[in-house]
Structure formats: C-alpha cells, structure tokens
Design a protein around this ligand. Structure first.
Ligand code: GDP
Ligand code: IMO
Ligand code: MG
Length: 430
C-alpha cells in the first residue's frame, strides 16, 4: 500500500476540501500533513456548507479516520472552535479524529508576533492570514517550539512561560501593543479540551495503517506556489506544501508515495501579496471573482483573479511528481465567449520562456497568451463527460497536451454531486 496525495498546484484555494470529501469514501484514512489554520477548506453537500481549517476534509465520512499530522502547526483555540462547530452534525470525533503529538502548538503570542512582523513590513507585507503560522514554524526550526505531546507533561506550564517570555521580549522590541491575559485563558481551556481526543505518534499510525492494507489519502493545504522552498519567495507560507512535505509531515518514506493528484482551477487566483503574472486587474478579473465567489474561506479577503498560467502549472507538476490532474471551477468560465491561457513569459530583456524566473518578484513578466473558444453556456445539468460542450472538451484536451498529464476529474460546481470523474485511477482505489 502507498499513500496517495492531493495538493494544490497554484496559490491555494483550488478546491482541495471539496475533492478530498468526494474521494474520502475510497480511503480509510485522510491525513493533513502541513500548514495550520491558515487553510480554509470548503465542503458542500446536502444543503450544508462547511469550512474546515485544521480538521481533515474526510471528517464528514463516518468510516474515515482523520489525522492531523506531525507537520502541522496547530492552534488549540481554533481546533476547539472547529470541534464545537461540528457538534450539530453528531460526528464521533473521539473515535475519528487523531492528533499527532509532534504537531507544533500555536501559542497566542505566535499570533501576536505574526501581526507585529506584518505591521513592521509596511507595504512589503506578505498578506499573512495572521494565524501565527510563520512564527510557530520559526520556533520549530529554532528548536524551541512546543508540541502537542508536551501538553501531557507536568512541566508544560513552565515550558510555556519560558517561550512566552521570549516572545514578549520580541514584541516589546517591535513596540507592539498586546494583551495576552484573556488570550491565555481561552488557550489553556482549549489545551484541557483537546486532551480528550486521541493524541498519537502519527509516523507509527500511518505506517501501521499501510501495513494493515489501509488506504490513505494525504490532504495538502495552501498551494505549490506558496511552498517555502519552491514558491514565489518571500511571498509564501512557512511549510512545504509540495509532495516532500507528505514525507516529513506524516513520517512516510518517499517510495511510499503513490498517486499524486494535482488540483488546479480552470483559471487562477491568489489571496495576499506577491507576484501573479496573469492577474487581471480589470473587468474580466472582476467578473471571475463575482462568478467564482472568490473571497477567502479563512479571512474573507477578495481573491485576485486571472487566466490560467501554464508555465507555473508545469513547474508545480514537475516539483510534485503529479500523476493525475483535477480541474476545478470550470463552470466559472461559462460566462466567457473567449478564454485565454498563458503559455510563456516574456521577460524584460525580451526572452520568451516557459520556465519560472529565479525571482518572480524582481522580474518584469509579461504573459504570452493563447486564445481559445469559450463554451459560454450553463453546465448545471451535466452529469457525465459525454455532455461536455465541445469547447470545454477542447480546453481539457488542450491542457492535457500542454501539461502532459491526464485530467481525471472535472469539477463544475461547489457541491459533491457536481463532480465528473473521467478516468481516475489509483491502485489503492480498486
Ligand atoms: P481549498 O482551500 O483548496 O479547499 O479551497 P477553498 O474552499 O478555499 O475555495 C474553493 C471555493 O470554491 C469554495 O468556496 C468551494 O465551495 C468552491 N468550489 C469548489 N469547487 C468548485 C467548482 O467546481 N465550481 C465552483 N463554482 N465552486 C467551487
Ligand atoms: P488553503 O489551504 C490561499 C497565503 C496568505 C499569504 C501567504 C502567507 O485554503 O488553500 P500565512 O498565514 O501562511 O503566513 O500566509 O499565504 N495563504 C493562503 N492562500 N489559501 C490558503 O490555504 C492559504 N494559506 C496561506 O494569504 O499570502
Ligand atoms: Mg482555502
């Protein structure tokens, strides 16, 4: 048995939550491997719309085990709110939710530091979700962080105080005003609350599950272009959002990675600051935002919109070893008579390339576009591929040819039911 992976190929919000929820019945275990509450994964079914932040998107499937892996940074306060928010669905979270003891804890002061660092950057701010992601990963790498397993130690409070006193010294350097007292009350309440769930060693859990022939799907957060090593640095998040993150975040060997499903929108969006070559700061981008309801699931911020970027997608497919593609939100393009795809970048010195430049921020990139016929008709009643309008089928085949990777799923709406499976294959799904 191998671990299949689903991860975003763009700047996040590709629709990972929806597809993980759709595929979950084929798997025994869904495991998040990185990120934290900066993620917002939306699921829609049976007239329910629900956004998950740290809990894996298999949680609504009764038989699925859901693992918060060791590669995450976990905010116990947000986790408690998420769990409270799920109470009305009568899910058995004490049975179906597993939390790695190795996940790092986001402390209230990590969130304050995030805000202080962003404020100090002025116009150059990253546009962070301000959930404390960067400062918590910083402490992990600096080897001073606190982990979920530490909450079971007798000296947890003194470890906590030691780290917080360091954070307060930094906050004072930044002259950042803060009040940590009320935040600490809810933090310690949440710490007590999460003790009732299964705290596990996720490396053994995942590898034992594989040995027991269980099917595992790793759920990514953010997108490949936000990866700390491979994204549009420094406008990135602080974790490996790409396939290598599955190995470090769950404790599996690289050879145990099975199918890699790369998920992308039929166009492109980005929320927060940073380079976005195909951004349409005009009425077309505005129409995409309106039609696609492109507002952040975590922060509510409007998402920047633009045409699909094939150099960026090819790069993401290469880095991740993507074996199958999933195209989302094709229905959003229903409104256009003509659509465009960026096939190359023209650089300031006149070079035309389909490779990403070393520094996307410093380089002056002009996208080179190819025009395609739009389908310009509703897609609501489509239930199978044979009903696709011809220009949509052409777009799919065009992308498959450009990206040299098959598109296995096409999504035509936010609901579970609005999902067209083409020729999806996984050895672990037979
Ligand atoms: P994630 O972070 O990758 O899970 O994606 P988000 O949940 O942040 O954003 C995707 C948004 O698009 C959500 O509001 C989904 O309900 C919605 N969505 C997902 N798939 C489709 C689709 O095929 N068509 C449309 N119109 N909306 C979709
Ligand atoms: P999902 O999992 C889209 C962006 C932020 C910011 C940058 C750094 O829902 O796809 P951070 O809070 O991590 O320090 O922010 O990354 N970002 C996301 N954008 N979707 C996400 O997650 C994101 N998580 C972080 O907007 O630009
Ligand atoms: Mg999202």
């Amino acid at each position: 048995m191998k671990v299949d992976v689903i991860l975003g190929l763009q700047w996040g919000d590709e629709g990972k939550g929806k597809i993980v929820d759709v595929l979950a019945p084929n798997y025994n275990v869904i495991a998040r491997f990185q990120g934290g509450p900066n993620a917002g994964h939306t699921l829609e079914f049976d007239n329910i719309k629900h956004v998950l932040h740290q809990i894996p998107s298999g949680i609504f499937r009764e038989k699925t085990k859901n693992v918060i892996g060791g590669g995450l940074v976990l905010d116990p306060v947000i986790l408690k709110k998420e769990i409270d928010g799920l109470a009305k669905f009568n899910l058995d979270l004490r049975k179906n939710l597993y939390i790695s003891k190795k996940a790092q804890l986001i402390l209230p002061t990590h969130r304050l530091l995030d805000a202080a660092y962003e404020a100090s950057k002025g116009n150059e701010k990253i546009g962070s979700t301000l959930k404390g992601i960067g400062p918590t990963y910083q402490d992990k790498i600096a080897r001073v962080g606190l982990r979920v397993g530490d909450i079971l130690l007798e000296n947890f409070k003194s470890k906590y105080q030691k780290l917080v006193s360091k954070h307060i010294e930094i906050l004072e350097l930044y002259k950042f005003e803060y009040d940590v007292t009320s935040l600490e009350i809810e933090f310690f309440e949440a710490i007590e609350f999460i003790k009732q769930f299964q705290l596990i060693d996720s490396s053994y859990f995942i590898n034992d599950s594989l040995k027991n022939e269980e099917r595992i799907l790793a759920e990514g957060a953010q997108g490949s272009l936000l990866d700390i090593d491979f994204g549009s640095y420094p406008f990135v998040t602080s974790s490996n959002t790409t396939t290598p993150g599955v190995c470090t975040g769950l404790g599996i060997a690289p050879a145990k990675v099975g199918e890699v499903f790369g998920i992308f929108k039929a166009y492109c969006t980005r929320v927060g600051s940073g380079p976005f070559p195909t951004e349409l700061d005009n009425e077309i981008g505005e129409a995409m935002r309106k039609e696609g309801n492109e507002f952040g699931a975590t922060t509510g911020r409007p998402r920047r919109c633009g045409w699909i970027d094939l150099p960026a997608l090819k790069y993401a497919i290469m880095i991740n070893g993507v074996t199958q593609l999933i195209m989302m939100k094709a229905d959003v393009l229903n409104i256009f008579k003509e659509i465009q795809a960026c096939t190359a970048y023209k650089l300031a010195d006149g070079t035309i390339t389909d490779q990403l430049p070393y520094d996307m921020c410093e380089e002056d990139i002009t996208p080179v576009y190819e025009k395609l016929e739009g389908w310009n008709c509703p897609t609501d009643d489509i239930t199978e591929e044979s009903q696709f309008p011809k220009p949509l089928m052409n777009y799919i085949e065009y992308l498959e040819e450009k990206l040299k990777t098959p598109i296995s799923i096409v999504s035509l709406g936010p609901k579970r039911s609005q999902t067209i499976l083409r020729n999806i294959s996984s050895p672990s799904m037979v």
